[in-house]
Design a protein around this ligand. Structure first.
Ligand SMILES: [Zn+2]
Length: 208
């Protein structure tokens, strides 16, 4: 199936080397075995077109799970984030999007949960429940690789920023200016803020 897919891709775009297509990081096999969802950003100097491709696999979460809906929103928020970066230069895009995962994941995850909680039919207390669950995982942050933190601590970080400013400030102004500057110039005290949030407890007023 993967081979067939790559053949069709090659037919549609001759500039794509077949070898690259077959050796890509995620493919039908990895998604069917390990689940997951992801965003493929296509915008570079070598490509004639730009686009964002969201892949949703069939497990972790699966379509029958509630989380499946919020994961779609999460991936789509990444599209929104990326749409603020106009450059086609790879280095420029990487510089503005930040390599550390929390940069994009914070915002995507908090905005996802916030927007989802406002959808018709979302149960009351949804946001509170989700945010409490994320807060619990902050109590014991282990050393070593734990990318999950980007989602959990990061979500709280964005909640904190929005609480201190406004949703509009984050959604419009923050994204607009942050994609034009280096992160270190924009928020010099960022790691300090992360530490402060991790020491907060569940009595944070904006959740009550
Ligand atoms: Zn993400």
């Amino acid at each position: 199936m993967d081979r067939k897919y790559c053949d069709i891709r090659k037919q549609k775009d001759l500039s794509i080397p077949l070898r690259h297509c077959l050796n890509r990081g995620h493919n039908f096999v990895s998604y069917s075995k390990g689940g997951n969802a992801g965003l493929n950003t296509r915008r570079s100097e070598n490509e004639k077109w730009s686009g964002f491709i969201i892949t949703m696999s069939a497990k972790f979460p699966g379509p029958e799970e509630e989380d499946y809906k919020s994961v779609v929103l999460h991936e789509y928020f990444h599209v929104y984030q990326h749409s603020h970066i106009h450059s086609k230069k790879r280095s420029e895009r990487e510089r503005l999007n930040q390599k550390n995962p929390w940069w994009g994941e914070d915002g995507a995850e908090y905005m996802t949960q916030l927007l989802y909680s406002r959808q018709k039919g979302a149960r009351s207390g949804y946001l509170k429940e989700k945010m409490k669950r994320k807060l619990r995982s902050l109590k014991d942050i282990p050393y070593g690789k734990r990318g999950r933190i980007a989602y959990d601590l990061g979500t709280w970080f964005i909640a904190f920023i929005i609480n201190k400013t406004s949703e509009e400030a984050y959604r419009v102004k923050f994204l607009r200016t942050s994609t034009q500057k280096d992160l270190k110039d924009l928020l010099p005290g960022i790691s300090e803020l992360h530490q402060r949030i991790s020491s907060m407890n569940s009595t944070i007023p904006f959740l009550s």
